[in-house]
Structures are given as structure tokens and as C-alpha cells.
Design a protein around this ligand. Structure first.
Ligand code: ZN
Length: 603
């Protein structure tokens, strides 16, 4: 189980970044080319953005330059994500980032100069614009929060230093953190970040699982102060920016680009905390009874209801599962799934220095790249389906929209991905009438899809909101404060049903999303829309599938409320969220009923 070095990973388990550039030298050539174009662009447009026609032409041209820059960035960044211990790759990435930051600085005049134009010119430009229309409208809406062109230029030049807290967090976590082996039942086990998150946390053997928990959190504890300092720097910076840009508070500033109201944000956190808790506590009680545990602790929450029904899955088999699970979305969708496997869009490997968790990165109008840590479990198949959901959204969005409009607001970014998890679960339950199999699928839906998005990330969201309240009030945070908030958070949600052992409060150290503003809560927002859409597809079939694809293709051309409307739902009310929580409750009820039938256990 020891992790291997990146160089020892078999080719077929790695993504193929040569799809972006066949060799590194092509990337440097592309970089030189785009650098030249940025220079020409700045010479052409700087100081001349005073008519509607010029503004639109300038933005359209920039819409071609930006994807070329992101391509270069993606090529060098993704290589680092796969191996943070490779100093040569990191050096290359630094060099590329420096060059791109310089280009971004050179382009920073565009937004500020456009906003200097009189309103009548701006209105005419919005009328005239096609691919850059939403971008322009958003820019005008941001006018009150823009600083002088000189200041904007300075901020753009300093752009990379804003990323320092996140970079420290990642380096600490992926390169410096030193996990020692631990023992359980007289046997020694190796430990690592992703080994814990992808393996031990789900381990069926209680002694091993709890020993791993202690060893993992004991190691985190050694790094709590540095992690807290990096995080404090990040949120303080966000607060400073919100003040400089004249937002009411840091929440308004962070929600502004998502086009989400504070009410929608708060509702997601408050309603779930209150209404989902009783269902999840019942689920925790079921796990305790089913496994005959002496007590239910935070370290036991991720075990499967019926671990024997958690068969090993190979990467080849995952292809078939995902393909069949998503077949309802049509041939163009399954073609994409096939290409992802055949052309090696996915990095399955588990190696030293690789980023934990999973993500999907799109190269505009080409293909997406997916990073995950494959562990032969069915939950990994759900991860593949999830990440391919992002890839599918990019595919439709890239085809139908300009670079500016291809991706939806963060609020809905997790809808296409979680939708795929639900479709896969739906498909699996339809393939067998065996109650044990059905329980296994339903409980994976709870322990993977809903646990991850409605519990893990939502607890993070609750915690984040408390942190930002402190920061907004002029305070700062340190490890003690953060641990205290997180413990309160877990105790509030789990009540008497789950014991929160020493160390669990350090869970705030585990999530990179905190460095991306108000992101954590959006998982549940996306899954709310996905759940309703899945239930609609179940009931109505094809018309609901078509609406879903229109939703995917709409990209960022509407705000979240408008996008959800395309999929068929009104998210200005709490109706979809409450219906989703009811659905989760009904799934847990069914798992309990099947367990009563099979094992005679009642909770
Ligand atoms: Zn995702």
C-alpha cells in the first residue's frame, strides 16, 4: 500500500498532457507567440476604448487570447498537481506563471478603460455585443467596485502574491507533512494524506480505522499553527479587498461574482443544518447498530452500511459502469466518456506528492483533464462519474458559448457533477432486484454523494461563515479559534448521536476550498438542483433530459436563478431544497427498512 514515486506509475494510469502540447518546447513556443499577441493587442487598444464598436472588438479579441493563455497555464499547472515533489516541474510552473501574470497585467487596462467610457457608449456596446455581452454587463455592474486604472494595474501585477496563502497550504500539506506509520492489533500500517482520506477513513476494521484517525490527526496537529497563519492571511486579504472595493461586507464581496443573494447563501446553510441533522443522526445510529460498535464516533461515520457489498472495481470496469450509468444523457455524452478513457483524460494514479481528492480542469474547446486517486472502490467509480459531469458541462458550454460564458456561476458548478452520481446510482438500482444490492447502492448514495456535499462541505460552509463573521468584525483567527469553531460546528450537527473525539476539531485543516472564497456551500446548492432534475428525469424521461442539456449548454449566460429555471426549478424559494432533504430522508428510511428486513435491526 506504500505509495510509489510518480516516475514508477504505469503510463495507462496517467493523464496524457501531450494532448495539450506534444512536447514542452511547443508550450514555450506558444508562450512566446501569445506574449507577442498580447503586446500587439495592448498597442492596438490601450487608450482607444471610446466607442461601442472598439470595445466589443477588443473584448472579442481578448476572448481569443485568454484561452491561449490558460492552455499554457493548464499544461504547466496540471503537471505540478500530479507531483508536488518534482522541483523541476514546480520551477517551470513558476516561470510560466510569472510570464502569464505579466500578460495579465498588460491586459488589465481593458476593464478599467472600458468603464471610463460614458454610460451611453457602454449601453450601446452591450447592445452590440454577442459573445462578450454577459462579460460586459457584469463589468458594468462591477463599476462601483472598480478602482482607478493605475490601482487595478498594480493589483494585477501583485496578482501572484494573493495566491501565497493557498500555495503555502498546499506545499505544507503535500510536500512537508510527514506521516509516520501507525500500529493497530500489533501490525504496522503506512500513513499518508490520501491514504487516510481514501482508505483508512472508510476502513471496516474499527481498531485500524480509529488508530489511523488518531495518527492522522496527531500529525495534523503539528502543523496547525502554520496552516492557521496561512488561512488567516487569506481571509484577511479578502476582507481588505472587500473594503477597498467598497462592498458592504466580505460576504457581499465574495457572493458578488456568483450572482447569489445573501439570503440564498444563508438559507442553504441554515435549512440543511436544521432539517438534515435528524436524518443524518438516524443514519449514524444505523451504522452503529449494524456494525455493533461500542460507541459512534466522528471517526466511524464513513464506513459502509454493508462493507461486504463494497466489491473491488477495476479501472476497466469503471468505464463500463460510468458509460451505462450515463447512457440516458445520449450518445454524444457516452462518446465523451469513451474518449476520456481512450485518450487518457484521467489521471488515476496514486503516487507520492500528488494532489488529494479529485478535480476536473477544462482546456477550452479541446477536452477536460481529471485528477483522482483511484483506490479500486465503487466510490471511485462515483468520483469518475462526478468529474466527468464537469467535463460534460464544459463540452456543452464550450461548444455553445464564448470563452467568457462557457462556465456557470460557482453556485451551480457542482450540479452537473453530482447529477452524474445520482444517475449512476439510479442505473445501478435498476440492474438488480436483490434487496442487499439495493441497500448497498442507496447507502453509497448517502455515504458518498449526500454525505460529501450536504454534510462534509456544508459543515465547512457553516464554519467558514463563522470565520468571516469574525474577520468582518475586525478580528483575526488562529488555530485555537478555528478548532473551537469546528468543534461547535460538529457538535451542533451531530448532537448526542455521534461522539466528537479529540482531534476531530482539526478537520478545518483538511479542505483546500477555504482558499477559494465561498465555495463549500455551493456543493449543496448544486446538488439540490441536480436532485430535483434527477427526480424529474425519473418521472418525465426525455423532456427532462433535454432541459438538462439546455441547462448544461447555457453556461454563464444566465444567473443561477435563471439557469435553474432552464432545468425546470425555482430556486428563489426553499421548495427545491426542502424537497431534496425530504428525498435524502426517504433514502435513509428505505436503507433502515431493508436493514430491518435483512438483519432484523431496527433504528
Ligand atoms: Zn466537483
Amino acid at each position: 500500500m506504500e505509495l510509489c514515486a510518480r516516475k514508477d506509475v504505469p503510463e495507462e494510469q496517467k493523464w496524457d498532457l501531450s494532448l495539450i502540447f506534444p512536447e514542452e518546447k511547443e508550450m514555450w513556443e506558444a508562450l512566446d507567440g501569445v506574449k507577442e499577441k498580447v503586446k500587439e493587442f495592448a498597442e492596438t487598444y490601450s487608450g482607444k476604448l471610446d466607442t461601442a464598436e472598439t470595445i466589443v472588438r477588443c473584448l472579442d479579441e481578448m476572448g481569443d487570447l485568454l484561452p491561449a493563455m490558460y492552455r499554457i497555464w493548464g499544461y504547466s499547472e496540471l503537471a505540478v498537481e500530479a507531483d508536488y515533489t518534482d522541483n523541476a516541474l514546480r520551477e517551470r510552473y513558476e516561470k510560466v506563471s510569472d510570464e502569464l501574470t505579466r500578460m495579465q497585467t498588460a491586459l488589465s487596462f481593458v476593464d478599467s478603460e472600458i468603464l471610463l467610457a460614458p454610460d451611453v457608449v457602454l449601453d450601446a456596446a452591450v447592445e452590440l455585443a454577442k459573445g462578450c455581452r454577459v462579460y460586459l454587463k457584469d463589468l458594468v455592474a462591477r463599476k462601483a467596485h472598480m478602482l482607478s486604472p493605475e490601482t487595478e494595474k498594480t493589483l494585477a501585477a501583485l496578482g501572484r502574491s494573493f495566491e501565497v496563502p493557498y500555495s503555502i497550504y498546499n506545499t505544507l500539506k503535500l510536500a512537508d507533512m510527514d506521516f509516520q506509520p501507525f500500529t493497530a492489533g500489533g501490525k504496522e500500517y503506512p500513513l499518508g494524506y490520501s491514504l487516510y482520506e481514501d482508505d483508512y477513513e472508510l476502513e471496516g476494521d474499527t481498531e485500524v480505522r480509529r488508530a489511523a484517525f488518531r495518527a492522522f490527526y496527531d500529525t495534523l496537529k503539528k502543523y496547525e499553527n502554520t496552516t492557521a497563519a496561512a488561512y488567516n492571511a487569506c481571509v484577511t486579504q479578502e476582507k481588505t479587498m472587500s473594503e477597498l472595493r467598497c462592498f458592504n461586507d466580505v460576504f457581499d464581496s465574495l457572493l458578488f461574482d456568483q450572482k447569489v443573494t445573501r439570503e440564498m447563501y444563508d438559507r442553504q446553510i441554515d435549512v440543511i443544518t436544521e432539517r438534515l441533522a435528524p436524518h443524518m443522526r438516524r443514519y449514524a445510529k444505523l451504522l452503529k447498530a449494524k456494525h455493533g460498535l461500542d460507541r459512534m464516533t466522528f471517526a466511524d461515520l464513513k464506513i459502509a452500511v454493508d462493507p461486504e457489498y463494497d466489491p473491488k472495481v477495476t479501472i476497466e470496469e469503471s468505464h463500463r459502469y460510468v458509460r451505462e450509468g450515463l447512457a440516458i444523457l445520449g450518445k454524444d455524452y457516452t462518446d465523451m466518456v469513451d474518449r476520456a478513457y481512450k485518450e487518457r483524460w484521467i489521471d488515476f494514479a496514486r503516487n507520492v506528492g500528488k494532489s488529494t481528492g479529485g478535480f476536473c480542469a477544462d482546456v477550452f474547446r479541446q477536452n477536460s483533464f481529471i485528477l483522482l486517486n483511484w483506490n479500486d472502490r465503487m466510490s471511485d467509480v462515483f468520483t469518475v462519474a462526478h468529474e466527468l459531469g464537469h467535463a460534460g458541462q464544459s463540452m456543452y458550454g464550450d461548444r455553445a458559448q464564448s470563452f467568457y460564458d462557457a462556465d456557470p456561476s460557482t453556485y451551480l458548478v457542482e450540479a452537473p457533477s453530482t447529477m452524474n452520481e445520482l444517475l449512476l446510482a439510479n442505473h445501478l438500482t435498476s440492474t438488480s432486484s436483490d434487496p442487499r444490492f439495493r441497500r448497498w447502492v442507496l447507502s453509497s448514495q448517502i455515504s458518498n454523494t449526500y454525505y460529501h456535499n450536504f454534510v462534509t462541505h456544508l459543515r465547512e460552509a457553516w464554519y467558514q461563515r463563522e470565520v468571516y463573521k469574525i474577520i468582518d468584525g475586525g478580528g483575526s483567527v488562529n488555530a485555537e479559534v478555528l478548532s473551537d469553531i469546528f468543534r461547535r460546528n460538529l457538535e451542533l450537527f451531530w448532537g448526542d448521536a455521534v461522539e466528537i473525539p479529540e482531534g476531530a476539531e482539526l478537520t478545518w485543516m483538511r479542505q483546500p476550498h477555504y482558499y477559494m472564497g465561498l465555495y463549500s456551500y455551493t456543493y449543496s446548492a448544486g446538488l439540490t438542483v441536480a436532485t430535483q432534475a434527477m427526480l424529474r428525469i425519473r418521472q418525465e424521461g426525455q423532456p427532462a433530459v433535454e432541459d438538462w442539456k439546455r441547462f448544461l449548454a447555457a453556461g454563464n449566460t444566465e444567473d443561477p436563478v435563471g439557469l435553474a429555471r432552464i432545468a425546470g426549478f425555482d430556486i428563489t424559494t426553499d421548495g427545491p431544497l426542502n424537497a431534496t432533504i425530504d428525498y435524502i430522508g426517504s433514502v435513509i428510511d428505505e436503507i433502515c427498512a431493508i436493514t430491518k428486513e435483512i438483519d432484523g435491526i431496527c433504528v
